[in-house]
Design a protein around this ligand. Structure first.
Ligand code: PXP
Length: 244
């Protein structure tokens, strides 16, 4: 069954607006798990613009489902990951000026580096995921690193302006998901997903998990964390039930 992983970065974004202690992303993680989320995701950025080192450590002690640490593969953040030992490390590209992760990582551009990164993290028992475009060349490179998971970037699909653009990108995601699953990777997807665009992604049967942050946290501002998670779970759980 498809799983929902909830990214709580933007609870920390609100906290950082005042630089205090509230709202605490750890509280959001607990509520998300209580509502049925199968995992908690956070991105420890080099600039610490939202989630910080304390959050990651407390989340490690608190999260009882699965902790997925999104991270750039830099020496500093790899050292933190080796110390904290999340269940999964999702390697993403990171640029200082970006508003959010822009596009997938170019694993194919530096295969030997990412093979080393994978081995180092897996050596500590950390599962490794790469966030890439739905592209065969990138998926082949992810397989070659020895990674466990590929997370397909759904941002282009989510930002499509026309139905035909969205359909074209969905076809690309379906093809890539099948290709990655056949190559033996666990396939997940994320970025830009919301209650309007999630269902077609959730219907791709080889995708095992979706990772959702901004739209779910935005919804939670108005309806509360537990209800927002349940609304997403409703889509996640019903997308594959055949209509009778
Ligand atoms: N997956 C990855 C790899 C991401 O970098 C992000 C954004 O932090 C997400 C999923 C979630 O994206 P969004 O916040 O748009 O739901």
């Amino acid at each position: 069954m498809l799983r929902l992983a909830v990214n709580i970065d933007h609870i920390a974004t609100v906290r950082e607006a005042r630089g205090g202690l509230e709202p605490d992303p750890v509280h959001a993680a607990v509520l998300a798990e209580m509502a049925g989320a199968a995992g908690i995701v956070c991105h420890l950025r080099e600039d610490r613009r939202h989630v910080n080192d304390r959050d990651v450590r407390v989340l490690r002690d608190t999260v009882s489902t699965k902790l997925d640490l999104e991270m750039a593969a830099t020496n500093e953040i790899i050292a933190i990951a080796l110390d904290v030992v999340p269940d999964l490390a999702t390697i993403v590209p990171e640029k200082r000026e970006e508003l959010t992760t822009e596009g997938g990582l170019d694993v194919a551009g530096n295969p030997s580096y990412y093979t080393d990164v994978t081995a180092i993290l897996q050596g500590k028992g950390i599962g490794v995921s790469y966030f890439v475009e739905p592209d065969k060349r990138q998926i082949d490179a992810v397989v070659a690193t020895g990674a466990d998971v590929v997370e397909l970037h759904t941002g282009t699909y989510a930002n499509a302006r026309t139905r035909s653009e969205a359909e074209g990108e969905l076809a690309r995601l379906r093809m890539a998901a099948d290709y990655a699953a056949e190559a033996g990777l666990i396939v997940t997807a994320g970025h830009g997903l919301d209650l309007r665009n999630l269902r077609p992604i959730a219907e791709i049967d080889v995708i095992e998990e979706v990772s959702i942050g901004h739209a779910l946290i935005s919804r939670a501002l108005f309806v509360g964390m537990e209800r927002a998670v349940r609304e997403y779970l409703e889509v996640v759980r019903t997308a594959r039930i055949p209509m009778s």
